[in-house]
Design a protein around this ligand. Structure first.
Ligand SMILES: CC(C)(COP(=O)(O)OP(=O)(O)OC[C@H]1O[C@@H](n2cnc3c(N)ncnc32)[C@H](O)[C@@H]1O)[C@@H](O)C(=O)NCCC(=O)NCCS
Ligand SMILES: Nc1ncnc2c1ncn2[C@@H]1O[C@H](COP(=O)(O)OP(=O)(O)OP(=O)(O)O)[C@@H](O)[C@H]1O
Length: 232
């Protein structure tokens, strides 16, 4: 099994690239979706977050008011660290179960779309690591355009993450998404080719097919030994 890391900065285009992978039948585990699930009303994550941040972060229906919590944590590094500390174990387990489900289905290549891949030190589990890079002006413009937020709020969100240039220096593959969607598709074709190359032996043994082959070999080996020794 090959676990491909997909990361980048906020609004650099990770979801856009994720969608291209899905359109090419490569499954994606989306950490932002996992993070949403673990903050749903009544879950363990929700209870801990409400206990730490107070009921004023809730909507009338009891769900977390995400824009409000976002404003609090993206303008206060201490509160952001607190939220990260509370949710990190739930998010990691959610990602793990996402991978497990796909492993059981027999997926050989799985993309992990994790915005905080480096910050959360999950990069050691993924190879290759793709960083979707974008120039700072385009990133700010796209973030403000997509989230209809103020420039100040957008800058706070950008500054809450490891600088994109540092992420780029840690990448195995860089996608420069500063251009058009056509430019992105063109780069993506080459990335898809790299990512879907035949599995290495280690990746094969980690896949469901590899694990079953190993198990079958052990069973056959044991049967042969038993037969050989019973004939002595
Ligand atoms: C603060 C929350 C409620 C704001 O929700 P909102 O719907 O406005 O944003 P959304 O979840 O769609 O995130 C948008 C982007 O913000 C960035 N981001 C999210 N959380 C963080 C964080 N803790 N630190 C830095 N950047 C973050 C990511 O690039 C993400 O793609 C939410 O982002 C959250 O629960 N964050 C903590 C969980 C987390 O770490 N998520 C990232 C998954 S690795
Ligand atoms: N090459 C492009 N040209 C024009 N717009 C783009 C391009 N790539 C992405 N966008 C737009 O930029 C915005 C941000 O892209 P996207 O949502 O994919 O980023 P993201 O990295 O997943 O963000 P987040 O970190 O918030 O999850 C979206 O509105 C998207 O449609």
């Amino acid at each position: 099994m090959r676990l491909v890391g997909l990361t980048g900065g906020i609004a650099s285009g990770k979801s856009t690239v994720s969608n291209l992978f899905k359109a090419n039948d490569i499954p994606v585990v989306d950490a932002d979706l996992v993070a949403r699930d673990v903050l749903k009303k009544g879950t363990g994550g929700w209870k801990k977050v409400v206990a730490s941040f107070g009921e004023e972060i809730l909507l009338a229906n009891g769900e977390v008011d995400r824009p409000k919590l976002g404003q609090i944590v993206f303008s206060d590094p201490g509160k952001r660290q607190l939220l990260n500390r509370i949710l990190a174990p739930y998010i990691s387990s959610g990602i793990f179960f996402g991978i497990l489900k796909l492993w059981i289905k027999g997926s050989k290549v799985i993309v992990l779309d994790i915005p905080l891949l480096f910050e959360a030190k999950m990069d050691k589990w993924t190879k290759p690591i793709i960083v979707v890079w974008v120039d700072p002006e385009t990133q700010l413009r796209r973030l403000v355009g997509r989230d209809r937020t103020s420039e100040e709020d957008a800058r706070n969100r950008i500054n809450a993450q490891m600088p994109l240039d540092i992420k780029r220096s840690k990448a195995d593959i860089v996608i420069d998404n500063s251009g058009s969607l056509d430019d992105l598709s063109e780069q993506f074709r080459k990335v898809l080719f790299q990512v879907t190359r035949p599995l290495t032996w280690t990746e094969f043994w980690l896949s469901r097919q590899g694990a079953f082959s190993a198990l079958a070999s052990v069973i056959v080996g044991v049967l042969i030994c038993r037969k050989t020794f019973s004939n002595l």
